[in-house]
Every structure is written in C-alpha cells, then in structure tokens.
Design a protein around this ligand. Structure first.
Ligand SMILES: *[C@@H]1O[C@H](CO)[C@@H](O)[C@H](O)[C@H]1NC(C)=O
Length: 178
C-alpha cells in the first residue's frame, strides 16, 4: 500500500471502443499516480457507436484492478457520497487536451484540485503522450495493461474457448482493424 496525501478525486468517463477505453484506463491510472489523486473506477462509454451497455465490472475484474495497483494508486469503486451531484456537489468537468505529456498534467491540471476536490474528465481518448514520458509512468501504464486489467472469469473462459476452437483449425491471426 502506497501512503500519500491525496490531492483530490479523479473521475473519468472513457469513450470510444474497448481498445481505446483500455488505453485510456492505463493513462488515467498513470495520471492519478503522477498527481497523487484518488481514482474512481473509470466509467465506460455506453452510448458510442458500439452502444455496448457493459460497465467496467462486466468486463474487468474490479477487485483485482484495485488490489493489484494498491502500491501505486488508491482506487475507489465509487465516488464518495459527499461529492455526488445528489448531495448538491458541483463537479468540475472538462476534457483533457489530447496527447499531452506529464507537464500538462502537472502544470494545468494539478492546480485545479486546489479549487475543486473532484475533477471529472468527460473524455479520455485524449490520452497521454506516447513519447518522452518518465520511464516510471510508462512502466506503470504497461503494468496496468498487462497486470491490472484482467478480464472477468466468465470472459476468460469464453476467450480460452474461442482460442481453442480456432487453434483446432490450424494457425490463425487476430487482427484489430484500425
Ligand atoms: C465536457 O465538459 C465540457 C466543459 O464543461 C463541456 O463543454 C463539454 O460539452 C463536455 N463534453 C462532454 C462529451 O460531455
């Protein structure tokens, strides 16, 4: 468990397809780590082109996500009640600027938390830059992608079944059309 004084709460709404949202989740964990924020389990896009109603917990193992990243970032399952709009709390919303690096987050975003306890990033395909980031942040991003984000057991079972079926027919290639 990493001990730090949280500068505030980061709430994010991922957008795009699953692959985009997955990258965004990795980026947002890195941002939360960089700025010493508490992250709320990201909300997935349910209204995009794909109109997939799945929530984070339908796709990823939430418990594992929270526990496996404990030594880096504190993650809450939900926004604490006192910050909910129902309690009359006015949340500050904004989309972060695309492809920004760590300096943008340190210089432009961190100061917002001294005024607003919660910042809601309402789009996240606007990710972190790919190059020139501190190695520790790149490493954390990879760690989230390869260890933190595990599919739910049901999806793991289904995935293995599909792979087995494909393998029985000989070699195959999986292609993400982009
Ligand atoms: C995100 O927040 C900004 C600032 O409040 C707003 O102008 C914009 O419409 C919001 N975007 C979405 C996708 O909700």
């Amino acid at each position: 468990m990493r001990n730090y004084t949280s500068n505030g709460v980061l709430l994010v709404l991922c957008n795009g397809g699953l692959n985009q949202m997955r990258s965004a989740i990795c980026d947002m964990v890195a941002v939360a780590r960089l700025l010493n924020l508490t992250l709320v389990v990201p909300e997935l896009d349910k209204t995009s082109f794909w109109a997939d109603p799945s929530g984070f917990e339908d796709i990823f193992d939430v418990r594992h996500f929270i526990d496996s990243l404990r030594d880096e970032v504190r993650i809450f399952r939900r926004l604490p009640k006192r910050y909910s709009t129902k309690s009359g709390y006015q949340m500050f919303q904004m989309p972060p600027v695309s492809w920004s690096d760590d300096n943008y987050y340190l210089n432009q975003i961190l100061p917002l938390f001294s005024k607003h306890k919660v910042v809601h990033f309402n789009r996240t395909d606007t990710r972190l830059a790919n190059n020139g980031l501190p190695l520790s942040l790149q490493r954390l991003r990879c760690r989230v992608n390869f260890q933190g984000l595990k599919f739910t057991p049901q999806l793991e079972v289904l995935g293995s079944k599909l792979v087995r079926m494909l393998q029985q027919r000989g070699p195959f290639v999986a292609l993400h059309l982009r």
